[in-house]
Structures are given as C-alpha cells and as structure tokens.
Design a protein around this ligand. Structure first.
Ligand code: IPT
Length: 264
C-alpha cells in the first residue's frame, strides 16, 4: 500500500515540514510514501513519475491554478487525488489553509499597533498562495484606507528576502513589513540588522508559516501560523478515508497569529 506525494522544492522549509508530517502519518497507517519533487515546473511530469510507481493515491503539494489541477486529476484517472496548494474554487478535493484569512490577520495586527506605512514582501508571482496572500493584504489595507508603502518580491528563499531589502535600503523604509513567508523574513531581517535598523524599534516584521525555526530567529518572529504538521496529518487522513470508502472528518484548517518579538 503506497501513497505518492508530488511536492514543490524540499529545500524550502514549509514543503519539507509538510512532507515530513505526511511521511509520519502515512507510516503509522501502514502506508509507504513515494515522493516526487518538482524542480522543473512541470507538474504533469512529476505526477507521472508517481503513477509509474503504482501508488494507490496522490497528494499534490504543487502550486496549481484550477485548470491545471483539473488536468492533473484527469491524468490520475480513478485514483484519489488531494490538492494542498490549489486555487480554492477548483473542482478538486483539497486540504489547505485559507490564505486570505491569514493575510488579513497579519494586517489587522499591524494596524492595531498603530502602523500606517506598511510595506509588502511578496512571494513569487507563479505561486497561487503568494498571489492570494498579496491580494488579501491589499484588500485589508484598503479597508483601512491604506495602500502599500512599497511592494517587494522574492522567490520564497531567505536569500531573495535579503536581496529585496538590500535593494530598498537604506532609504525609505516602511514602519512595518508584511512578508509572505518566514524564510524571506529571515533574509529581510538579516539585511535590516546589517544596516543597524532596530526590529521592532524602527520596523516591525511579520512572517507567514511559523515553520519550526521561526521561534528561534533573533528576535523571535511574529508570524501567521499554519500548523504544517496538522496539515500533513490531515491530508493523509482524508486520503485514507477516501481509499477506505469512509467519510472524511472535516475539521477546517485555520491559520492563527503568533505574536512574538518582531512586532511592536
Ligand atoms: C507555502 C509556504 O507558505 C511558503 O513559505 C512556500 O514554502 C511555499 O509553500 C512553497 O510552495 S505552503 C503551501 C502548502 C501553500
């Protein structure tokens, strides 16, 4: 009995921690897990690798638009498929945290602290989740008659967060920075430290994910928590329910705000 996981780059913290949780939950249910990593942006090829290994069901943690997800689902024929990073309106089975709720919570936190000049450090344009987080930030800011003070972009990596901030520094910093994931926040904080900008004294920083490392940043990172372990476990639960013809339990996944020491 084998499950397949098609995943985005496991050099990134969130997909790695999700994969780890999936592997553990699958193993405890007596399922073997086969992982195929998509590094070339070819979801169909990655899924075909799994199908060639005769997996019983597929978990897909690749950023996919609705159309592309439906195509993957057709490719898998009668095998159950569950999507972890897909446009929510797609007509496919999904297990994911709502990006809009998480992004909104981050904006409300910064606004409640009195910040008006708020900048964005967005994720990559090709990522559905990154686009949803950015749109929700912009809407929530507009709800307070605010527009982004600046709009920077990275590729999810710490290095890209560092580079985005270095291009902006030393001039014209916002009072607070919304970052689309914790790894880019790590790089952004490194650039701010390098210029002697005090966090949170001169700028507040808020991340997204709450990966296992985020409590160990200096200072510890305020962030929007997606419990990645719960996500992995629940995705396996739902897959097993489908394979065994049971109704899956439907606890909605909800992001939560974790206030640590990078916002004030
Ligand atoms: C999403 C993470 O939030 C982000 O940090 C990045 O790692 C991305 O994955 C990689 O695809 S989580 C995803 C399940 C939406």
């Amino acid at each position: 009995r084998t499950l397949g996981l098609a995943t985005s780059d496991l050099a990134l913290m969130a997909p790695a921690q999700i994969a780890s949780a999936i592997q553990q939950r699958a193993a405890s249910a007596g399922y073997h897990l086969v992982i195929a990593m998509d590094s070339g942006n070819d979801a169909a090829a990655t899924v075909n690798e799994l199908l060639a290994q005769r997996v019983d069901g597929l978990l897909i943690n690749l950023p996919l638009e609705a159309e592309a997800a439906q195509q993957i689902q057709r490719l898998c024929g009668s095998k159950p498929v569950l999507f972890l990073d897909v446009e929510p309106h797609a007509a496919v089975a999904q297990c994911q945290y709502p990006n809009d709720a998480g992004a909104r919570a981050a904006v409300e936190h910064l606004v409640a602290l009195g910040h008006r000049q708020i900048g964005l450090l967005n994720g990559p344009q090709r990522s559905v989740s990154a686009r949803q987080r950015e749109n929700a930030w912009r809407e929530a800011l507009a709800g307070h008659q605010l527009t982004p003070h600046c709009s920077l972009r990275g590729d999810w990596s710490a290095q890209s967060g560092y580079q985005a901030l270095m291009a902006q520094l030393p001039a014209n910093l916002p009072q607070a920075l919304l970052v689309a994931n914790d790894q880019m926040a790590l790089g952004a904080m490194r650039a701010l430290h390098q210029y002697g900008v005090a966090i949170p004294g001169e700028i507040s920083v808020i991340g997204y994910d709450d990966t296992a490392e985020s409590a160990w940043y200096q200072p510890p990172l305020t962030t929007v928590r997606q419990d990645l372990h719960a996500l992995g476990a629940q995705s396996v639960e739902r897959m097993l329910a489908r394979l065994q013809g049971r109704e899956p339990e439907n606890d909605a996944l909800k992001p939560t705000l974790v206030i640590r020491e990078t916002t004030a």
